[in-house]
Write a protein that binds this ligand. Structure first.
Ligand SMILES: [Fe+2]
Length: 358
């Protein structure tokens, strides 16, 4: 059931070069209950007045000096937003069919014949205003739906990040329940990706997935994973398998996050000279893997573990310089040196999941 229009809120714009015509229309419309009526007898004022008043409907004469109704309508359609339905009612004497067709093609919504009849004016205007209101309701409904979709998408994304976060904690748990190394690698990889000039969405993906680089360690036996000191060859092979295990855990997903996480898990132990785990050389290793290889190595160097003391920042800087072009991507290495010179000791500070996933 159509609700009654609230006429006190409705704004009308009347454009006709003859003052008695606008006056007559105004009288009919006031009698019908409309009060917010703007009129002009100069068609050149129609567009500026539209901008000022933002009417719900425009009633427009066709034959006018200076600017005919077609021109006014053309200009009005340029300023009326595409998603807003503002009816234009043509008020004119007898129109031949081609002129009528042209008016409709240019965006006229209805016609009123002169001399205007009070009942017809009021009914045709009411019809057009009801159409406008339906249009507004549909638009509001769509906006509401879009907002809901955005909200749901946000919730899904948050859930995804939350799960990644838990997976990082699970993967690091046997070393360090806080996952501190993983979060620091995430932050370092993000900074390096930024220095390299990657697009913001790629930087985000790397930041969020780099902490998962060692997720495959879940599948490495404690006797090997927690062994201190040098590995036997067979143990080394079992340790290397964490890249493939990680890749397996993260495979077969179409989520960009998981696809990136998988790429990093598989390739973060490659070397620029091709002597890494899977013998990928130079740019055969995806950029994400080369970035995390550097971030991971730097963080391991600069933090103590049970069998070694940490290197100082300047010693770690020297290590990167020395291994640029053999172990590490030479361009990324020089970016990383710049990063060390720019950010200094703050690169060693702890990061948290909240900082990375905010
Ligand atoms: Fe690793």
């Amino acid at each position: 059931m159509m609700q009654e229009l609230d006429l006190s809120t409705i704004k009308l714009l009347l454009v006709d070069d003859e003052a008695h015509c606008t006056k007559l229309m105004e009288a009919f419309l006031k009698q019908a209950g409309y009060s917010r009526i703007t009129m002009t007898n100069d068609p050149r004022q129609a567009v500026p007045l539209y901008g000022e008043v933002k009417p719900d409907l425009v009633a427009l004469d066709m034959r006018m000096p200076h600017m005919d109704g077609f021109e006014v309508m053309r200009q009005l359609r340029q300023v009326i937003p595409a998603d807003d339905y503002v009816p234009i009612l043509i008020v004119t004497g007898e129109l031949d069919a081609p002129t009528k067709h042209q008016a409709l093609a240019q965006g006229a919504n209805d016609f009123l014949n002169k001399p205007v009849d009070a009942t017809e004016v009021v009914l045709r205007i009411k019809n057009q205003l009801q159409t406008r209101r339906l249009h507004q309701q549909v638009r509001m409904h769509n906006e509401h739906l879009e907002a809901q979709v955005r909200l749901r998408t946000k919730v899904v994304e948050q859930t995804q990040l939350d799960l990644l976060n838990r997976l990082v904690l699970a993967s690091e748990y046997r070393y360090d329940v806080t996952g501190a190394h993983a979060w620091r690698v995430g932050r370092l990889a993000m900074l390096l990706a930024e220095m390299k000039g990657l697009a913001p969405d790629q930087v985000e993906l790397i930041k969020k997935t780099a902490p998962l680089h060692d997720v495959g360690r879940i599948g490495v036996r404690d006797a090997i994973l927690l062994k201190e000191g040098p590995y036997e060859p067979a143990e080394r092979e079992a340790m290397k398998a964490h890249t493939k295990i990680g890749s397996k855990i993260l495979s077969d997903s179409r989520s960009p996050l998981l696809m990136m996480a998988r790429e990093i898990a598989l390739t973060h132990h490659e070397r620029w000279d091709g002597k890494g785990y899977h013998r990928l050389k130079e740019a055969q290793t995806p950029l994400s893997g080369r970035i995390v290889a550097l971030a991971d190595a730097f963080d391991v160097m600069t933090h103590a573990c049970s069998y070694k003391a940490p290197l100082s920042l300047s010693d770690a800087r020297g290590e990167i310089e020395r291994h640029a072009g053999t172990q590490f991507d030479p361009d990324l290495s020089s970016q990383f040196l710049k990063l060390i010179d720019r950010d200094g000791e703050s690169l060693l500070a702890d990061a948290t999941a909240q900082q990375l996933f905010a």
